[in-house]
Design a protein around this ligand. Structure first.
Ligand SMILES: [Zn+2]
Length: 290
């Protein structure tokens, strides 16, 4: 199946009431793990590469592999720039075949966020690439800081969301409703009431960032309230680290130990991704009509 843009992968999700997981690629093991999980679960999937991860994953090297693997994958896939920040980062993503750009201008004042986001939407349009915007400030630090908290003063305002979507032409809207990047301090508390209002006001699929650590039942409720894309990374990273720790403890001196660690990392990440696909309701959706 082919590479599709964000609007195309989210439209059936919104209509049928499930969310597509957006999982971050930081190397070949993560890439293989995510695509194998999608194939095993017959689930559509979004591959995220974050601009803050460009120092770890070189687009020019990995994207040819991604595009080739996706062309052979039996599920729809979207290649998304996660938290696009700079014009250079966005240009590199577009030149390397991305079909979706998230522009994160959420730290700018409202009018500047609208202007910046609209600029990116216009720039992407001729290539058939669709855009995710963000309004309000998701807690934590997408640059990798752990122990995150959400600040309720920065939650997304439904009236602003309606205005923002109309004026920018985004295909999806990332919202701040108590979600946070990294690892939560204590139990995350999502503002479901606000989420319902945002769904009605925005009129486009909503995106939940900072998915790791949110209880399964809260995910299901958020999906019922209009969330159609969920970003998930920290949980994969933690699974990879504990697989490495375990493997090093068990051996760590043999000729094949390093590739064996990579194999275990890939399996651990695949298991986490498959679990999330079940929770998000995207499992078994490929080939199903209405
Ligand atoms: Zn994010």
């Amino acid at each position: 199946m082919s590479l599709v843009n964000l609007a195309e992968i989210l439209q059936p999700a919104q209509k049928q009431g499930y969310a597509v997981g957006a999982f971050n690629v930081v190397n070949l093991e993560f890439l293989e793990a995510i695509l194998e999980a999608a194939q095993n679960r017959q689930s559509p999937v979004i591959l995220n590469i974050a601009e803050v991860h460009f120092r770890y994953v070189t687009l020019e090297n990995i994207c040819p592999s991604i595009l080739d693997m996706v062309s052979r994958a039996p599920v729809p896939v979207t290649l998304n720039l996660d938290h696009g920040l700079t014009d250079e980062g966005i240009a590199r993503a577009l030149d390397n075949g991305f079909t979706s750009i998230m522009i994160d201008a959420s730290k700018l004042p409202f009018e500047q966020n609208v202007q910046r986001t609209r600029e990116v939407v216009e720039r992407c349009r001729s290539r058939g690439v669709t855009v995710e915007g963000e309004l309000g400030c998701v807690g934590g630090d997408e640059g990798g800081g752990l122990d995150a908290e959400a600040d309720s003063r920065l939650y997304t305002d439904p009236a602003e969301a309606s205005d923002y979507v109309k004026r920018t032409g985004v295909a999806a809207l990332a919202v701040a409703v108590g979600n946070a990047h990294g690892r939560y301090k204590g139990e995350p508390k999502l503002d479901f009431d606000r989420l319902g209002k945002l769904r009605d006001a925005a009129g486009v699929p909503l995106v939940l960032h900072g998915g790791s650590g949110i209880p399964d039942d809260d995910f299901k409720k958020a999906v019922r309230l209009g969330v159609a894309k969920i970003n998930f990374y920290t949980g994969m990273s933690q699974a990879a680290l504990s697989a490495i720790g375990q493997a090093v403890k068990e051996n760590g001196h043999g000729y094949n130990d390093y590739p064996e660690i990579n194999r275990r990392v890939k399996n651990a990440v695949r298991v986490v991704v498959e679990h999330q696909m079940r929770i998000f309701g995207s499992e078994g959706r490929v080939g199903r009509r209405s």
